[in-house]
Design a protein around this ligand. Structure first.
Ligand code: SAH
Length: 239
């Protein structure tokens, strides 16, 4: 009987792979994933049949995984962070019929980044992807406005790509209508993997040139402050 494991690889570094993720990779005959993520875990998938392709090849990857499982193979389809947030879990559940699926959760980028910034989340938060490949930009703008107005801590994913250089600036223009210029902002590139870069700044001082597609940005709420070089959002305890 074939089976699909949806494997969340968190940061991709071996110390962040869960035991369940490693067990599923070991169990699998075929590993399917975006080329960049396959490279991150190459030390744990040596000798396996690999199917990888580029960004935007998601549907081909899912089709391949499903047809391999239908041939009776055990297939791991991998996603960075958690597969259920802007990852491969959705299209697998949308496309697969009559196949056993096991979804192994992971640590999403907002929490990988948070762990390097202090305790920036701690309270009600939301994630917003700035990619308009699958979501119209006016919907993204509406959500940015609502999140900013609602005083959520906001984690921005997919802040920039070669075709989308200015979305992050537009997003910050919306957010700053509702937040002080001195609101702390954490900018984390390649959290917990090689090339990590961590910066804590304020809305008014963001250097947009430092932001790329491997960056997650965490914008504090009205209560977030900086202490000892860490970003802290109070839960409300009397300290
Ligand atoms: N499923 C993934 C998100 C995929 S969308 C998750 O749960 O994390 C891709 C975006 O995630 C990137 O553009 C970036 O904003 C963010 N991201 C993924 N891994 C990251 C990391 N290690 N460090 C910082 N940002 C990361």
């Amino acid at each position: 009987m074939g089976k699909i494991y949806i494997v969340s690889i968190s940061s991709g570094s071996s110390s962040d792979l869960s035991k369940r993720a490693i067990d599923a990779l070991n169990e699998s005959d075929v590993i399917v994933g975006y080329k960049g993520y396959i490279d991150l875990i190459k030390n744990v998938i040596e000798g396996k049949e690999i199917y990888s392709n580029s960004m935007r090849g998601e549907i081909e990857r899912c089709s391949f995984a499903i047809s391999s499982a239908n041939e009776g193979k055990k297939v791991a389809i991998i996603s960075s962070g958690d597969a259920g947030l802007y990852g491969m879990a959705g299209p697998i559940f949308e496309m697969a019929d009559g196949i056993e699926i096991e979804y192994i959760p992971g640590i999403t980028a907002a929490f990988l980044a948070a762990s390097q910034l202090g305790a920036p989340i701690m309270h009600d938060m939301c994630t917003i992807s700035l990619s308009d490949l699958l979501t119209p930009f006016d919907v993204i703008e509406k959500r940015l406005k609502a999140a900013a107005e609602g005083d959520f801590v906001i984690a921005l994913y997919n802040p920039k790509s070669s075709g989308r250089q200015n979305h992050i600036e537009t997003a910050m223009d919306i957010i700053r209508l509702y937040r002080k210029d001195t609101t702390p902002v954490g900018i984390v590139k390649n959290a917990l993997r090689s090339g990590q870069n961590v910066k804590i700044t304020m809305i008014k001082d963001i250097d947009f040139d430092e932001i790329d597609m491997s960056t997650t940005i965490i914008i504090g709420n009205s209560q977030t402050y900086i202490k000892n070089g860490y970003m802290v959002t109070p839960r409300g305890y009397r300290i």
